[in-house]
Design a protein around this ligand. Structure first.
Ligand code: T4K
Length: 370
């Protein structure tokens, strides 16, 4: 019998820079009393991120959700948007809050992103865009999605919330689609406390996004758009600037832990791990494990871990098309793979400072014979 640990192991733990590094960044904020509304750090962070992604166009936001909602708004879309039900609530909410109609496409069972073979069958004359999600940092089939979008004249807006730091064939994932949204939430590989950014292709969106995150104000006495307050403040930007130089080592530490999970869990009947694509440089944002025909089901494993004070999470259960707020309009049965995976998947604890022995312990609990 294992001892129950005193303090819980949570699914993740925010990366924080050395305290002095952040404290030092605060002094100029105090001296200037400029706390938000596109301050000095905001502008510096924006430039540093453009360099990091290797892109020309990037806008910062108070969080990833506002970034997604406002970039969709900036494109003045109308009609239906093809998206995945296997994601965090934010993806679909951003579509619906723009007055658009989500059309759920099922996911593929290999990396849980959109099943590209099903997209064209869902396109109607009302379809205006595709909002795919690189879920867990697993990249969508971006080449196929772009082909389909080009053929049908659709916009592609990636929810790349989980994908900071990832590359495809040596180039940033941010270069794909019309736009990509990155989340810098506290639970992400890279955080600015809360925060987000949009990388976009069309130069004309630069001005529009800036205005939309500032209430739609376009001049001193002029408000042209129904915008929102999506501005990133100086404390967030300072955290982002502090954390950026540490992100590579955070990813390396996570990678080592994911390898350790793999050594423990690979090849076990009924346990499915995502296969890595050699063209992708991953950021190891999450550690999803699918229990499909294993001796205990997902919910039992979840409870067993909880018994030991290990708090895995059921990201992403339930599927968005079975949420209370969407249930009347959609049926989870229409996306059977997503429905099944959402009932089988558990994301295990993962963060740079997680001791490797705890990974072994977690895997030991999973493999225990009852
Ligand atoms: N699209 C996708 C695909 C997303 O996954 C998300 C967000 C978005 C869009 C929207 O981006 P943001 O607007 O959030 O930038 C969390 C996050 O709040 C959310 O950002 C994230 N996805 C989602 C998958 O997970 P919760 O409700 O599960 O978080 P919570 O508070 O339970 O935290 C999880 C664990 O993280 C805790 O057990 C401990 C650790 N933690 C948490 C916080 C808040 C820390 O160590 N420090 C912290 O400050 O939603």
């Amino acid at each position: 019998m294992r001892e129950k640990r005193e303090s819980p192991i949570l699914v993740t733990r925010s990366f924080l820079p050395p305290f002095e590094e952040y404290a030092e960044m605060l002094k100029p904020i105090w001296d200037s009393a400029w706390l938000t509304n596109m301050g000095v750090y905001h502008e510096e962070f924006k430039e540093r991120l453009k360099e990091y992604f290797g892109v020309k166009n990037l806008e910062l936001f108070v969080n990833g959700h506002m970034a997604l909602e406002l970039v969709i708004q900036s494109m003045e879309l109308d009609g239906e948007v093809i998206t995945t039900p296997f994601s965090f609530s934010s993806t679909t909410h951003a579509i619906v809050r723009n007055g658009l109609t989500p059309v759920f496409c099922d996911i593929n069972p290999n990396n849980y992103t959109l099943d590209v073979d099903q997209i064209e069958g869902l396109i109607t004359e009302r379809t205006c865009a595709i909002v795919p999600v690189h879920v867990y940092g697993n990249l969508c089939d971006m080449e196929r999605i772009q082909e389909i979008a080009d053929k049908h004249h659709l916009k592609v807006i990636y929810d790349a919330a989980h994908t900071f730091g990832e590359t495809f064939e040596g180039k940033s994932v941010a270069l794909w689609g019309d736009a990509s949204m990155f989340s810098f939430h506290a639970t992400k590989v890279f955080n600015s406390i809360e925060g987000g950014a949009v990388v976009f292709r069309d130069d004309r969106l630069e001005k529009r996004l800036y205005e939309l995150k500032n209430f739609g104000i376009t001049g001193y006495e002029k408000v042209e758009y129904v915008g929102a307050n999506g501005k990133m403040n100086e404390f967030q930007a300072a955290m982002g600037l502090c954390n950026l130089p540490h992100v590579e080592s955070e990813i390396e530490k996570r990678k080592a832990l994911v390898m350790r999970y793999r050594e423990n869990l690979e090849g076990i009947r009924g346990i499915r791990l995502c296969k890595e694509d050699p063209r992708v440089r991953y950021n190891y944002a999450y550690m999803p494990v699918v229990f499909d025909g294993y001796k205990r089901d997902r919910d039992q494993i979840f409870e067993d871990l909880k018994e030991h004070n290990i708090m895995a999470r059921k990201y992403f259960y339930p599927c968005i098309n079975s949420y209370e707020c969407y249930r009347d309009r959609f049926r989870a049965e229409d996306t059977p793979v997503a429905a099944a995976v959402s009932k089988q998947v558990l994301t295990l604890p993962l963060y740079g400072e997680l001791p490797a022995e705890i990974v072994d312990e977690i895997c030991g609990i999973i493999k225990e014979v009852h």
